[in-house]
Write a protein that binds this ligand. Structure first.
Ligand SMILES: *Cc1c(COP(=O)(O)O)cnc(C)c1O
Length: 410
């Protein structure tokens, strides 16, 4: 049997404990949703005030030069590169994950012009699949998105696959792919390997170069804590940067935007993946958030994540019995930094939990998802969440009809 005292002892021995104070977290709230919207770093809040008042308010348009706004996508990209195994000049911060995926997928297809298939898995995040379908439709050359279950990916890599498009950690179940093995298999089949790091960047060590990956995208507002709608990123290794021109050929991806030339000339390097004017306010908050995240050793972050998620699974199973069913891998190395359980009334259960100040997510159709951002979530949080879940289930608190009415965002 484990107890709250065990959780407190683990928190007391936590080498990352001091990070919690770097974030704004409401007193008494157990926040297990940092994989949907990361918590607010105090440094990001301070930087926002400064950027708004000094750089925007006083500096006005001069700040494009004086405050270095124009280079911000590359500067922030270089910080992100350190988290995902990229080199300086291989990552830019720009646009949303969906838009970046469109750019890198178009690039991948142009590198394999004789092939027509984009291979992905049935459970991949919908936007990734919608974007692939939309691009295939637009190209009008018979491209198709082929979806198979996880277990059939390796055997589905045939000679028509141009790109293998996968999310490193499954948003619903938390299953973590073996990036190196799948990338190798894609290459053996002659395909380009594209990785979506939305649920892994900042939560664990990721080494795109060591894995041999070709292209990657990721999200700025989940584990990177950039704030709601913060821009995303994309990674293009140096070896591929000049081998294609991405089709969203906007002026800020031009070699000399302020020459205002009539003809598009792509910038050298990863800069050609930029399109329009960067959102300076939200990119600044992401920039400041990254300074906090970069102070942590990601190997220690990962060790804590595995311990936290294991502790939570044990606590839930001890306190809730078989009222919920684990759908995340039991082996820590096979999962990301989240734990998911299914329950037939999962939406109402999550609403009842939120009423008890335990915030996780519901994911259709029946998943209770709990994300563990190791920099600001502790073992007592995991314990208290498991107890609150047990309380909801045993008191049938979730059966109140109003808890079943869905809000616009779930
Ligand atoms: C969160 C998430 C996204 C988000 O895409 P946006 O374009 O930033 O809204 C994309 N892909 C995956 C796998 C995600 O988890």
């Amino acid at each position: 049997m484990i107890s709250r005292a065990d959780a407190a002892a683990l928190d007391a021995a936590d080498p990352l404990a001091s990070f919690r104070d770097r974030f704004v977290l409401p007193e008494g709230l157990v926040y297990l949703d940092g994989n949907s919207l990361g918590a607010l770093p105090k440094g990001a809040a301070e930087r926002m005030v400064e950027v708004v008042s000094r750089e925007w308010g006083a500096g006005l348009i001069r700040s494009w030069n004086d405050a270095g706004w124009i280079d911000l996508p590359r500067r922030v990209g270089d910080k992100i590169a350190r988290l995902v195994g990229g080199e300086p000049g291989e990552v830019v911060c720009t646009d949303s994950t969906s838009v970046n995926l469109w750019k890198v997928l178009a690039a991948a297809l142009s590198l394999r012009p004789e092939r027509r298939t984009v291979l992905s898995e049935e459970g991949n995040f919908p936007t990734d699949l919608y974007v692939a379908e939309g691009l295939a439709r637009l190209l009008g050359q018979g491209h198709r998105l082929r979806l198979v279950p996880k277990g059939e990916l390796l055997t589905s890599l045939d000679a028509d696959v141009a790109a293998l498009l996968l999310t490193h950690v499954d948003y619903r179940t938390g299953v973590r792919h073996d990036m190196e093995r799948l990338t190798r298999a894609a290459h053996e089949a002659g395909a380009i390997a594209i990785w979506d790091l939305a649920h892994s960047a900042g939560a664990m060590p990721v080494d795109l170069r060591a894995a041999g990956a070709d292209l990657a995208v990721g999200c700025g507002y989940k584990y990177l804590c950039g704030g709601p709608g913060a821009p995303a990123f994309l990674w293009v290794p140096k070896r591929l940067q000049d081998s294609f021109v991405q089709p969203l050929s906007g002026w800020l991806g031009h070699a000399e935007p302020f020459a205002f030339e009539r003809v598009y000339r792509p910038a050298e390097g990863v800069g050609r993946f930029l399109c329009g004017t960067p959102p300076i306010l939200s990119m600044s908050s992401l920039d400041a958030a990254l300074d906090v995240i970069l102070e942590a050793d990601l190997a220690i972050v990962r060790a804590k994540s595995e311990a936290l998620t294991s502790f939570f699974i044990e606590a839930v199973e001890q306190e809730c019995g078989d009222a919920v069913r684990l759908v995340s891998p039991r082996v820590p190395s096979l999962r990301g930094s989240q734990v998911s359980f299914t329950h037939p009334d999962a939406y109402a259960v999550m609403r009842a939990l939120i009423e008890r100040s335990v915030v996780g997510d519901f994911r259709a159709p029946d998943v209770l998802r709990f994300g563990f951002a190791p920099l600001y979530v502790g073992f007592v949080d995991a314990w208290d969440a498991a107890k609150a879940l047990a309380d909801v289930l045993s008191s049938h608190a979730h059966e109140r009809p109003e808890l079943r009415r869905r809000a616009a965002v779930t």
